[in-house]
Write a protein that binds this ligand. Structure first.
Ligand code: ADP
Ligand code: ASP
Ligand code: MG
Length: 448
């Protein structure tokens, strides 16, 4: 039995949390691989460093080192501290080199913002060692997590990662070593760190589970499991005991921050069940996400919201009779590397829902189209997409009516609808200012 255990930022965010997590790991039977995020606040700090105009390296180094040394001083003494410091100093040299590198390099930011994981894993590995466990801190380079794609938005190369980890990690497991691997990033074919987007340690852990053929992936976080809504918006959100991969994947993709949007696929394809659990309450069973789940016939089970989106509407007379034009428009959105969260067409318009950060490049691409008479392009920014997941949602008469009556109660306009594309969810777009009200009303009517 191999379990991959991922611990998030708050779960490794203090000496007490690190000790608690080490206890959870040591109480888990069988072979284990740990994947950890940076200590909470550290990645945000590193993002602020790479975004600043001028970097004061001495101050950056001091703040970064202090954060980890303060924790180390509470966790280790004597020889244990010396062993930690021997590795810490080497990694601090790498940290300075990363921050001082050429800022115009396309992967500069990836290399700096992924530094936090190198230190949290070091702390955790040494706490585990102190408990008599043969733990080894491994970077994604050491472990062979292979990534490809654009800066700050990488994807894992699963076959290559499997081959690399087969050589670098599997033999360690057979020797009884417990690898503690950095989350958040992988390594490009030319050896550069490439991050998987914010919150990417969940995805990194799913990739590790896929590559090693794990029997279970555990995502340990700071809430009791996957909930019926974001508990920061709906304080009385309920924990869901069991979910399908499909339900969890849709909700994560459409904004449920508890899982990185791409966490599900690497485990789903290998039938590896996933549990979301609370590292502050290890006695709680959490949420089990797997292939099959008996429908409970809940009208709605969970609701998520993806904010900061925009609708780009392109008009041209009788566009529907020129399918090549619609195809060309989609091609141009793809050329802008923008994810289309929803699409809708009419006789003379096609509308795309994209992230607001992608609007500029998408418009540039669309404006470069020649040979078609685009009459008008409208952009409606400041909208959000709400994703409502329920049992057999599409088979139920009147579900849309029920859901939209809640939207009406919030005095919100539905700007766009996507129904029928997914078997488990109903998605619709509302103005950003109405998101909280709509989620709260939907939850109180159908989920509490
Ligand atoms: P970690 O650092 O462990 O990865 P995150 O902050 O990334 O933790 O994700 C956990 C947080 O996700 C929770 O604290 C909660 O506020 C938020 N969240 C949003 N939607 C949900 C949901 N449907 N279920 C549980 N938590 C959610
Ligand atoms: N440390 C990274 C972040 O804050 C990755 C993660 O926590 O999953 O985005
Ligand atoms: Mg997270």
């Amino acid at each position: 039995m191999i379990t991959v255990m991922k611990f998030g930022g708050t779960s490794v965010g203090s000496p007490e949390a690190l000790r608690r997590v080490a206890g959870i790991v040591s109480n888990t039977e069988g072979e284990r691989i740990v994947v950890a995020s940076a200590m909470s606040g550290v990645t945000n700090f590193l993002v602020s460093v790479v975004e600043s105009d001028k970097i004061d390296i001495e101050s950056v180094k001091e703040q970064f080192a202090n954060k980890h040394l303060t924790a180390a001083e509470k966790l280790f003494e004597g020889e244990a501290m010396e062993a930690f410091m021997a590795e810490f100093d080497g990694r601090m040299a790498g940290f300075e080199k990363a921050v001082m590198a050429d800022r115009s390099d396309p992967y500069y930011k990836d290399c700096v913002v992924s530094q936090g994981e190198r230190f949290s894993t070091l702390l955790l590995a040494h706490v585990l060692k102190g408990m008599g466990i043969d733990a080894r801190a491994m970077t994604s380079e050491d472990a062979g997590v292979v990534a490809e794609g654009h800066p700050l938005n990488g994807s894992a190369n699963l076959p290559k990662t499997e081959a690399e980890m087969g050589m670098r990690v599997r033999p360690l497991l057979s020797m009884g070593v417990l690898p503690v691997i950095t989350g958040y990033y992988g390594i490009t074919p030319d050896g550069r760190p490439l991050t998987f987007g914010r919150g990417g340690s969940d995805y990194a852990a799913a990739v590790v589970a896929n590559a090693i053929g794990a029997d279970m992936l555990e995502i340990w976080t700071d809430v009791d499991g996957f909930m019926s809504a974001d508990p920061r918006i709906v304080p009385d959100a309920k924990k869901i005991d069991e979910m399908n991969f499909g339900e969890a994947a849709e909700l994560a993709y459409f904004g449920a921050k508890v899982l990185h949007p791409r966490t599900i696929e690497p485990v789903r394809m290998r039938h590896i069940p996933l549990k979301v659990r609370n590292s502050f309450k290890p006695e709680e069973p959490g949420t089990l996400i797997h292939h099959l789940r008996k429908p409970k016939n809940d009208l709605l089970r969970s609701v998520a919201a993806k904010t900061d989106l925009s609708i780009i509407t392109i008009s041209s007379a009788e566009m529907a009779y020129r399918p090549a034009m619609v195809a060309k428009l989609i091609e141009m959105v793809a050329a802008a590397d923008a994810i289309i969260y929803s699409i809708s067409t009419s006789l003379s318009t096609v509308a795309f829902l994209v992230s607001s950060t992608d609007v500029k490049t998408t418009l540039r691409q669309i404006n470069s189209i020649e040979g078609y008479d685009i009459e008008k392009i409208d952009v409606k920014s400041g909208v959000a997409l709400i994703c409502a997941v329920g049992d057999n949602l599409l088979d139920k008469c009147g579900v849309c009516g029920d859901i939209f009556s809640a939207v009406k109660e919030a005095d919100a306009n539905v700007e766009m609808i996507s129904e029928g594309a997914s078997e488990v969810s109903l998605n619709f777009v509302v103005p950003m200012g109405k998101v909280v009200d709509v989620v709260k009303i939907l939850h109180s009517k159908y989920m509490s």
